[in-house]
Write a protein that binds this ligand. Structure first.
Ligand code: UDX
Ligand code: UDX
Length: 433
């Protein structure tokens, strides 16, 4: 099939690669000319394992065409995927300005029947808005051309996006048209048993509710971890124990310093905003959001309980991205920690395998190390922020010799306390002893 992907960001590109790999021809469109120039040279604007080599392969096989204009994509493709960003507004609501721009552009170029598939995460009711925006443009042109809108939210996890696209848990397809349903079935013919067909509004809600539920699991286990601390219980054992119950499941029960990334924080806030607009209170989700906002402070209080005032203290921050295997720092807890620690007067040396350049643009005056060992040299304490393999498996014995004082705060419960204490560290995890 010929498929257009409008918006070559993280979601757009990983989706393009997955469709290209599955044998389709993908027309990748982005208004950012510099980005398209780089993509043509097989360079991705983000890091995702295996993605750049697949991009190179698909370019060599002529499976991808790159465009900065919509018209040529619409000439060749009947399926138009919208993958532009939907960032948070100051109110917490989703900013639909890019979705609106693309919808209007589609209305201006539409010549024959198309299926517009919304993959971006959008509030309930957006499909109807997109329909209206396209219709307004058609009316301006005095045209009546049929088209359908489908909601097909993405559930890709950064760092595992290609695998998620190859082997999805489920594919949610919200549409009310038979013609669109037939085409979507053709597109996903290898995964038909995993397709859930529903209305566009339900599909939009499923996406928000999924992310909100996962965020709830994390805030819940973080709350339990807090209580494990004074009670001397181990939250990892507790999570293992409750996760064995099939009704609960073992996933997303890893306690730490809070969730980050481009989805959970934004989507929980967007759902709360949607509820407020509909005069509905969501006390559970409100608590989930608050809990996440203050988890970094809770962690720093643990550091202060050991070190006292942080003024003038040298701290090594290991890991900056919102999770390992990505260079993404959107809503990363590391940024919250940096803000608090700088306010407290600490001196920070940071290390991250992929995220340093992105953090440097926000905090040019921090000291950045090129290895974890270089970061810990002379530090009063180490804060493990993101559980990169390079960090978890670093030479901790040498680290213990390089650090001034023995304090190690593991914000991701990534290390083995017994082994690490045997090296002479004063180890503190999150809800474990
Ligand atoms: C995605 C989803 O779209 C969002 O809904 C989800 O919740 C998080 O992930 P992402 O792929 O990370 O967003 O967005 P971003 O990296 O901002 O990429 C969007 C791309 O669209 C950019 O390359 C931008 O240049 C392009 N764009 C934007 C257009 O081509 N046209 C526009 O009018 C606006
Ligand atoms: C998430 C969803 O998983 C995905 O389905 C959706 O499409 C986009 O949002 P992503 O943001 O890439 O994916 O990362 P994810 O692996 O879900 O982790 C999000 C955050 O939660 C990270 O900061 C991670 O460290 C944290 N997390 C995750 C925990 O603190 N504990 C856990 O048990 C799991």
């Amino acid at each position: 099939m010929n498929i257009a992907i409008i918006g070559a960001g993280y979601v757009g590109m990983t989706t393009s690669l997955a469709f290209g790999e599955a044998g389709h021809h993908v027309w990748v469109m982005d208004t950012d000319k510099a980005k398209i120039t780089q993509l043509k040279k097989a360079t991705l604007p983000f890091y995702e394992a295996g993605a750049e080599s697949l991009l190179q392969e698909l370019i060599e096989q002529n499976r991808l065409t790159f465009e900065t204009e919509l018209a040529p994509c619409m000439e060749h493709c009947d399926l138009l995927f919208m993958t532009v960003g939907t960032p948070s507004l100051p109110t917490g609501g989703a900013d639909l300005r890019y979705v609106e721009t693309v919808s209007k552009a589609i209305g201006q170029c539409l010549k024959s029947y198309k299926i517009v598939v919304i993959k971006s995460t959008v509030p309930v009711g957006t499909s109807e808005k997109v329909k209206k925006w396209i219709e307004i443009e058609l009316e301006k042109r005095g045209k009546s051309i049929p088209f359908d809108i489908v909601s097909n939210p993405e559930f890709l996890r950064e760092g595992r996006a290609l695998d998620d696209a190859r082997e999805p848990d489920r594919i949610v397809i919200g549409c009310q048209s038979n013609m669109a349903e037939v085409e979507m079935k053709r597109l996903y013919k290898d995964h038909l048993s995993k397709c859930l067909f529903t209305t566009a509004r339900n599909a939009e809600m499923i996406k928000y509710a999924s992310n909100a539920f996962l965020a709830t699991k994390i805030s819940f286990i973080n709350e339990i971890a807090r209580l494990c601390d004074p009670l001397g219980t181990d939250v990892r054992e507790v999570a293992r124990g409750i996760g064995l119950d099939h009704r609960i499941g073992p996933h997303f029960l890893h306690a730490g310093i809070g969730y980050g990334g481009s989805c959970f924080p934004k989507d929980v806030k967007a759902l709360l905003h949607l509820a407020e607009k509909n005069q509905t209170e969501l006390p559970v989700l409100q608590a989930v959001d608050q809990m996440n906002a203050i988890q970094a402070n809770w962690f720093i209080n643990k550091v202060k309980a050991k070190l006292g005032s942080l003024t003038g203290k040298h701290l090594a921050l290991l890991g900056l991205t919102f999770k390992p295997e990505t260079d993404d720092i959107r809503e990363a807890t590391a940024l919250r920690l940096i803000d608090i620690l700088l306010k407290e007067g600490a001196h920070l040396t940071a290390f991250d395998p992929k995220g340093t350049e992105n953090v440097k643009t926000l905090y040019p005056s921090l000291t950045y190390a090129t290895t974890p060992l270089e970061a810990v040299r002379g530090a009063d304490a180490i804060l493990l922020v993101t559980e990169w393999k390079d960090i978890v498996e670093m030479d901790w014995k040498t680290a213990r010799q390089l650090i001034s004082r023995p304090f190690l705060f593991d914000g991701r419960n990534a290390l083995d306390p017994v082994q690490i204490r045997a090296l002479g560290f004063d180890y503190q995890g999150v809800g474990r002893h």
